[in-house]
Design a protein around this ligand. Structure first.
Ligand SMILES: *Cc1c(COP(=O)(O)O)cnc(C)c1O
Length: 463
């Protein structure tokens, strides 16, 4: 594309497009990089420049761009029908996909409710859990109206999902509108206020925290308030938006055990961790945990189309059955629920996992990633390096000894990522954390190159 044509596109973007999670005043000043095409693990801009898609186009892409099988599946579905409603009708791809999801999900999750993004997948789980308890209520039992979530949680941007989230910069302005939620301390071992030495601490934070700690331990909350709690929501194994925080082994299992003990439903938000990112198809598999709800989105279509699913059990489903006028129906549905194009892409995505043995094939790459990450720990401004599967977070700190953070206005993570573009790598940080989250299809050579560039850019930006 000519420079003039590109410039015109940029002007039009700035005139009309309001970008997500973006300070538009800064956006208006910066040159806009416009993507025109994709090819395998690369994004190609309007100048024809190639960038390795280092965060999978915001954690969604799985097998690369223009993956032939997914392209073809969508095209074939277009030739049949692109959309028909799931309200009162069925469609073929939604049936096939539901069956496939049930086969691969943790055992016991047999019902699939579709929507179109991660926030709504979570919203649906929250509403189902809430309504479930209302419908089981006996005259003398207390109504369970509360949820437990974790510090640093991110579950989406709608009001319900913000209410169970805890990243202040995202939700602060809306706080008066959010429903109150119990927040339990998530084990962030590297900044642990009690004991820095897992496993000797035996995940003490799940039980009871030091008296001067701002937060409560999970078990403490459940012990005191279980009669009013409908469900607990967690990002299993890796908290994403908090900065790729990996929970200590056994934590998820302990959360499941306590939920069962206190008769509280467990919602696993695998919007980010699902579909192989953590090295297994679902993160819950690392600790053989079966949640009562499983929320899926992002990678479900291989990163092609907006589709989401909330899976749940027969037990939950049955509580919604009744005569029409009993009003036990789940009165929720989005217009594009179960969209056939999205479902066709998702079926193709899952078929590739099987055909190409994707999970098996990423294991050596996961090992390589951890070897490459070892070289970052010595860098003077790297405070912590975390990894699970093909997800990693490299946390930059102003002071390695005190772990003092870089102030927000220095935008250190942003600077590193902008620098990386010069070398043909597209990444996006989470504050001061550099995120590594490539498509599962990344090659060994590309992974090495990616980490090389990141290493070099951290050094040049932090001086
Ligand atoms: C991205 C994300 C969401 C929200 O998904 P959207 O499709 O952006 O609405 C929810 N939960 C987690 C864990 C996520 O990473």
């Amino acid at each position: 594309m000519s420079t003039a044509k590109n410039k015109r596109l940029e002007v039009r973007d700035k005139k009309h497009v309001w970008h997500p999670f973006t300070q538009m005043k800064e956006w208006e000043k910066e040159t806009t990089l416009i993507i025109e095409r994709g090819e395998g693990n690369y994004l190609i801009d309007t100048h024809g420049r190639k960038y390795l898609d280092g965060v999978s186009s915001l954690w969604v892409n799985v097998h690369g761009h223009r993956k032939r099988e997914i392209d073809n599946a969508i095209k074939a579905q277009i030739d049949k029908i692109s959309h028909s409603s799931l309200l009162g009708l069925g469609n073929i791809p939604s049936i096939e996909l539901a069956e496939k999801l049930v086969q691969i999900a943790p055992k016991g999750l047999t019902k699939v409710f579709y929507s179109d993004n991660g926030s709504t997948a979570v919203e649906i789980a929250l509403k189902m859990a809430y309504q479930y308890w209302q419908q089981l209520r006996t005259p003398n039992s207390k109504l369970r109206t509360k949820f437990v979530a974790f510090t640093g949680a991110y579950h989406g941007d709608t009001f319900g999902s913000m209410s169970v989230g805890e990243i202040d910069v995202f939700v602060e302005k809306y706080k008066p509108l959010l429903f109150p939620t119990y927040k339990a301390y998530y084990p962030y071992c590297y900044r642990c206020p009690v004991d820095k030495t897992y496993p000797s601490c035996k995940i003490a934070c799940i039980k009871k925290l030091a008296p001067d700690c701002l937060y409560q331990g999970f078990e403490e909350i459940l012990k005191s308030h279980h009669k009013e709690i409908a469900a607990c929501i967690i990002e299993p194994i890796v908290q994403g938006a908090a900065g790729m925080i990996v929970s200590p082994p056994g934590f998820l299992k302990e959360v499941r055990r306590l939920c069962t003990k206190y008769n509280i439903l467990l919602i696993a938000d695998e919007v980010a961790t699902g579909f192989g990112r953590t090295g297994k198809l679902f993160a819950c598999r690392h600790e053989n945990v079966v949640p009562d709800f499983l929320c899926l989105a992002k990678g479900i279509t291989g990163g092609y189309l907006p589709l989401a699913a909330t899976l749940t059990t027969e037990k939950i489903y049955k509580a919604f059955l009744g005569k029409y006028d009993e009003l036990k129906t789940f009165f929720h549905g989005h217009t594009y629920t179960g969209n056939p194009l999205g479902c066709a892409a998702a079926i193709a995505n899952l078929n590739i996992f099987k055909k190409e043995k994707t999970i098996q094939k990423i294991q050596p790459k996961i090992k390589l990633l951890s070897e490459l990450l070892a070289g970052f720990k010595e860098l003077p401004y790297v405070g912590d390096v975390r990894q699970k599967g093909l997800i990693a977070g490299i946390e930059l700190v102003k002071d390695k000894l005190t772990k003092e953070s870089y102030p927000m206005n220095e935008r250190i993570g942003h600077k590193v990522c902008m620098e990386a573009r010069k070398y043909g790598l597209m990444i996006r940080p989470l504050g001061n954390v550099i995120v590594i989250m490539p498509p599962l299809s990344i090659t060994v050579e590309e992974l090495k190159k990616m980490l090389d560039i990141v290493h070099q850019c951290i050094q040049s930006v932090t001086g």
